[in-house]
Each structure stands twice: as C-alpha cells, then as structure tokens.
Design a protein around this ligand. Sequence first.
Ligand SMILES: [Zn+2]
Length: 827
Amino acid sequence: MIALSGFSQLQDPETYFNYKKGEKFTPHHRLVDYVYHAADNSSLIQVMQYGMTNEDRPLLVAFISTEKNLNQLEDIRQNNLRIAGMSDGTSMAKNTALVWLSFSVHGNEAAGSESAPHVLYDLINPDNAESKKWLENTVIILDPSVNPDGYSRYTNWQRRMAGKHVISDFDDIEHHEPWPGGRTNHYLFDLNRDWAWQTQVESQQRMKVYTQWLPHVHADLHEMGHNNSYYFAPAARPYHEYITDWQADFQNTIGRNHARYFDAEGWLYFTKEVYDLFYPSYGDTYPIFSGAIGMTYEQGGSGRGGRAVKTRNGEELTLKDRIDHHMTTALSTVEVSSKNADRLVDEFRKFYNLGAIGKYKSYVIKKANNDAAAEALCDLLTKQGIKYGTVNTNRSSNGYSYQTGKNRFFNIENGDIIVSVNQAKSVLAQVLLDPESSLEDSLTYDITAWSLPYAYGLDAYALSSDIPHDASIEFGNQKKSSVRLTESYAYAIPASGLSSYSLTGKIIQAGITARTNEELVTFAGREYAPGTIFITRADNRSMGDELLQNLNEIIMTESVNVIPIESGFADKGKDLGSRGMRLVTVQKVLTIMGEGVSSNAFGQVRHFFDQVINHPITIIEKDRLGRIDLDKYTTLILPDGYYRLSSSEKVKIASWVSGGGKVIAIGGATKTFVDEDSFGLTSDVDGEKSKEEEVNKQADLAARYNHYSDRERKSISNYVPGAIVKLKMDPTHPLAFGLGDEYFSLRTSSTRYPHQTDVANVGIIESDPMIIGFMGSTIKDKLQNTMVFGVEEKGRGQIIYMVDNPLFRGFWYNGMKLFCNALFLVN
Ligand SMILES: [Zn+2]
C-alpha cells in the first residue's frame, strides 16, 4: 500500500477486526481499541475517556468534526453554554450543531455498539465526501458503549455460546441469555432510567460531560424484541406537556429523513407507537428537557437476536441487518442535523429562555429539621445544573402544599431552599419539582410521578410567584467531619440522612456497642428524636482508650455531626442507662439472587449496601437457601421478584425468625408468606377477599359491552405503572422513626393486603388516599385501606413486609431511610 498522507493507516472496522460486519460480536476492549486507532490515524476525531465502570472498563466519547472545528472544540463548547445562558458572555455568530449519539445503554442490545465503529468510520472515511460536508457545521459526540459492563456480560456470554454454525433457530442457546442478562450495569440498574437520578457511576460520569456540552440532538440507540421491525422518531404519545412544539415537529423531520433511506432499501419500520415521552429519566426525555431533540431508536433483535434469528415472517434477521439499520439512522441523524444547524441552534437558544411554562414560578423546600435530605436534594440539583438559593428572613406566603395537595398559607423561614424557574435550566427544574406532571394519556409504560420533594421526604410548596433569594449559597458536597471527639461520658449520632446510618453501620461493625431510644429524650437541653444512636463509654469498657480512637477514625469518613454527652441523666425521657435504651446489634446480612428474583430489585439491594451505606452483604443463589445455615446471619433480605419459597424453606425461616432472625420481604417476596400457618400476614381480614371478588365481578359485568378497540384501555383499569401514594405512618414504631406521620410511597405494583391484625400496620393506605400520578380506576379503589409496611413480631424475631420497594431505582431517598430503620432499628 502506498502511503498518501500521515493518516493513511486508517482502517475500516472489518479490516481492523479481521471479520465481516456482524459476523461476530466484538469484545468491548476491541471497540475501545478501534476508537483509539481511528483517533491515531485521522485528524477528524478526538477521544476523551470520561470515566470508568464498576468493573474497570473505560467510558469514552469520540468527538468527530473537521480538523478546524476540533482545534477550537473548547470554544465551541463554551459558546454553546453561553447560548444556553449557562455561562456569561455573548456567543459567536457561527452556528455549530452538536449531535450526541449513544450506543447500547442496554448492554445486551448489542447491535448499537456493534454499529458504532462503522458509524464512526463512515463519518471520517476519506472517501466519503458527503459526511465531510456535514462535519463542516457539526460536532458529533459519539459514545460507542454507554454501558460497557452490561455489553461485556452479554457479548462474552454470546461468544462463549456461539458455535461454528450460526443457528437462527430460536430454540438454540444463542438466543437465550441467562439471568440477569446484559441489559443493566454491574449493579443491575437500568441506565436508561437513571439519567435524572444519577445513582450509578456510569450516569454520574457521563452526565458531567453531557451537562458541559448540552447537545442539540441526542439519539439513543436501542434494540427491542426480534419480531419487531425498527422504531424511530416521531415518538408515541403521551408527551410530557413541557415538550415544545418545535421538539415535537423536528422529530418528524428526522423521522422523514430516516424513512427515505429505509424506503429505498425496502426495510420495515414504525413510528408514533409504544415509545412515549413522559418519564424524565430516559435518554430521550432527559435530553429533551435539557433543550435537545431527544430520541430513542429501536432495532428488532436485542439479547435474543444472536448472530441471526428466524423471525415470525419466516425470514432471517442477522446481526449485520441490525447494524446496517442502526448505521442508517445514526448517519441520517447527523445529516438532518447538519442541514438544519441554524434552526437547531436558534430553537435551542429559545428553549433556554422559556422560563415558566407551567403553573409555578418558584418552589420552596422547607429545610426544617431535615438538613441531610435537603442537602442531598441540593446535591442532585447541582448535578443537573439547576440553581437554587436561600432566604435569611422570615415571611409568610401562599402556595400549593405538597403534603396536603392544597393551597395554603405558610411561613418561609431562614434557611429554606428556593428554586426559581427564572433560570437557564427552567424546564428541567419544573419537570423534576412540579408536584405533579400532567399526563395527556394514561398509556405510558413507566412511572408517572417522581416529584423530588416527595422522594426526599421534604415539606415543600409550589408558588405562582417568584421569591427573592440569595443564589450564592451552595449546599451539597458535604464536607467530611474534621472535628475530633474528646473524652466524654457518651456520644450521640442523631438519625438524619443516609450518612448517619452509614456511620452507624461502620460503628457497630467495628465492634462498638451502641444503643437507641424509642422515645424522645433530652440531654443538656438538647432534644434527641427516636432512633438516635448513643455510644456510651460504659457499654464499651473493654475497648478502653481505643474507643475514642476508633470513633474518631470512623467519623472522619462521613459528614455527620456526632455530639458529646457529659451526663447520662435525661432532662426528659429515659436516662442513658435505662433498659429502654435498646442495643443496636451488628447486622450480618444475607440476600438471594437468581432466576425468579427481579434482577433490578436484587441489584438495588446490592447497590444500597455497597454504595449507599457501605455495609457488607452476603449473596447466595436462591436455590441454596435451603442448605444455608441461617444462624450465621441476623437478617435475610428477600428482594422483589416472582418466586415462592418451598414449604421446607418456609419452615426453616419461621424457626430461625422465632429464634431472633429478621426477614425483610420486599414487593412480590411478601406473597410467599401470605395466608401461611406459620406467618401472620393474611389476605383476608374481615371478609375483605370476598368484597374484592364482588368488585371484580361487577367490573367484568360492566365491561361486557366494551368495544374491541377499547381493549387496551380496559386492561389498564387494574394497572399501576408507578404513582406516589400518601401513607399514614405509626411514628412511634422504629420502622417509621424520622419519617413523621406521613410518608409518600412510590407504588409500582397492584399487590395489596388489608390492614392486618397479627402484623403491626406501620404504614397504611387509608380510604380515599392522596395519589400523585396515574393509577387505574379499579385498582385505585382496591388499594384503599391496605397495608404497605408492616412488622410481624414472631418469637424473638421479626418479619418486615414492604409491599412497596423503598429501594426502587435507588432514588427514593426517604425510602432508603425507611430501609435503614428496618435494618438497624427494628429488632
Ligand atoms: Zn433498550
């Protein structure tokens, strides 16, 4: 080969990988190699590693544009932030379209990442004159693998199973990925549900770059079941009401451009169905609420596609087909964006000047005694680029109360947090903070309520006027404690946020004995709410001077206030030496995974222990539960799922609980205990069951004359896609400590039990409860007067029933507090 220029070594992916497009799945590290190879051999691409995954795989973006644009990449970025009003100064005249392409956020939807090197090559291929034209006014930010751990889990398995012959017969192992599949990341979180909450390292690191760039177009390349064709924009209804006309219209422009290519090739596709734009934490909606045209593209195939699969029409769908389709939409996205660059930038600018588009102009979040939760919320706002401030005066105001669902007068007090919609990120702020988002149609397939004050358990008000405030403060990024404790009679850790629990966990694991109060106590004029952790010198005599040393080492790791107490004599309530000050014991925690256990739910448990409270947890395959010596553990967590335990497993658990063990059963796992002789949970208190059967019968009778075309709607009357329900709590029960009389619970299932007689009803739904978001009309009735959180005392142990999963997607801060209570305080 004759070298024509310094970059003549650039190879296309087939040459580089030494196999044909779609012939094999490509290991992640080879994808990475190719991106660097391209950057080393082309002046049209720069690579940036923006992070690492839990399993230590690199996260990359490639910036692709003309050499000239790449030389002033930082100017282009700064300019775009100025256009958005996110940074000061006037913007340059020239408009550059910013197009972000995300491949395979769901790892086993691997055709996305498989297409990435081909898309990249087509954009920089010296022989492709057309793509060169696009690059003149466009910067492409290409993330070849948004979820490398999931992608690797799938492709490594695929490569192990793949034989010499490609077997398109669906029976073959190549099409049956084992539990938990490669869709999710290391912690089995769905990264396409995590954009707004940023609970996962992949999202945290990616969103930093995303927020610094704020692209004008974002395409998220997925796959769906293999019997489907191809889905692209425009999206299905419902749309969130804050999606602008321009954002909806331009989806059409893009879709028409894709259709041109698909029509020419004779490929099938569909638009305007299934994939709606409501839940704000997806790779289409989140970019939309950040000013972009956000889109999901879905190729038929996914984890079951293999290298080729027979589809229902008798044809064969190959990996190469899937790659070709994704390449086409990805390149068409760049083309149409380049051709409309001026319009895209203009509309992006307008979007960032929208201000109030909903009912409210500001939100007041009461900090009250909930500092840790308020700071955690502020932390999340900061990550989104949403500004907030505070006031240092007291005044009265009127607003919509999140707690009561009604307008009322209230006091704005010194230290309260104010978020005004008069800011660049106004739309995102409104989407995340509005008490309720309006749904133009109920047929959505994800949760329909997420308002942050509910998630963080904070009292808040939405106001139709703006509140003058000081925007210069910043909470969040809490500093670790630098205070050194000195010799004292005892120390108190008030139960505040999650870090106080994390600290508690570390203290008891270090062998330090701690106690907790079940009622309010006062020492030296200071009140300690139930659930405060007390460490006395007397309880830790054998530790001697090491107690102080150990405590000081541990508190340095968390940003928690530890208060010295000089006398055990309580001004009010029980003294420190009282029997009523219960011991907090070391938790040896066991949980199960595997077939039947919801992989997301198991992952949430694991993530919570690893990353939120930094506490060890032993994990076993569900099938081994019968053979495990439970006496080695204090606590068994049964994650949400579709499994039932065998009768011998139940007998074993019942006797272990009687001897002092604790079960935390979440969601579907509660069903294994209901109406069983050894357990108190029942589905039928006082004829509730027959009442419900009667309701069902009446509903069936009424539905006899429904039109066939209404069948989809009828099926949702029992449907709970995800809504917030207000619960009444028993604030005197340790499970509810620190949560108050009311708790807003995220409900995602129709599982329900009446108010119980042999189980303490700690959190219940009353008649006619406050519900935020969509819930089917039939199920709404059935959920009245049911129990959501209950504790059964059995012998010396407990079974904690959690019908709603407080760890759902890892973003319900108040739920995690409740879970901590179950872990540390209920015993
Ligand atoms: Zn997907």
